[in-house]
Design a binder for this molecule. Structure first.
Ligand code: ZN
Length: 171
């Protein structure tokens, strides 16, 4: 298929009252740009083409036209028009499997984050303990230096007295 070739999608309209003929243009091998001639919802507003990603959607990513006021339950109408055909059972199984795998990965990531936070907290406590031990060590070193100075003083005095005594003795 050439890049500009257009193809007509056949879609099912559950309401049957809206003209559902529109054309798609293939942009590249994985993307479609939807071209349509004024598909409007029951509110008479142009309907945006979106992908269904709601939790619990049977066919996630399936393209759909819906009411542009879909975010406001008090104003939106119940118009919807599927663009893509429903997925096959095989595709649904594959998506289910991928979702399960994704959930497991999410759980593993969550576990990793919890473990990281736990280790981080422990590191913080150890860091605090280390700081307190360093402070105590500094205090002890200072005390030891004081005592060494005192011992040196006494030794010096003792030698002086000894010298004085010897001098007295031999004189
Ligand atoms: Zn509407």
């Amino acid at each position: 298929m050439s890049s500009s070739q257009s193809s007509k999608f056949s879609v099912k309209n559950p309401y049957g009252s809206i003209d559902n003929s529109f054309k798609t243009k293939r942009e590249n091998s994985s993307e479609f740009e939807y071209r349509f001639s004024g598909i409007k919802c029951k509110c008479d507003i142009e309907s945006p083409c979106q992908e269904a990603w709601k939790e619990g959607t049977l066919d996630p990513g399936r393209k759909i036209f819906g009411c542009s006021r879909y975010k406001d339950p008090s104003k939106r109408c119940n118009f919807f028009l599927w663009v893509d055909p429903p997925y096959s059972e095989r595709a649904r199984d594959v998506i289910k499997g991928l979702k399960m795998k994704n959930m497991k990965k999410d759980e593993e990531i969550h576990k990793g984050v919890v473990e990281y936070n736990f280790v981080d907290k422990k590191m913080l406590v150890l860091h605090e303990q280390c700081k307190s031990l360093e402070k105590k060590n500094d205090e002890l070193v200072e005390l030891l230096q004081k005592k060494e100075r005192k011992v040196f003083k006494y030794k010096f005095l003792f030698i002086l007295v000894l010298v004085w005594f010897m001098m007295k003795l031999f004189n």
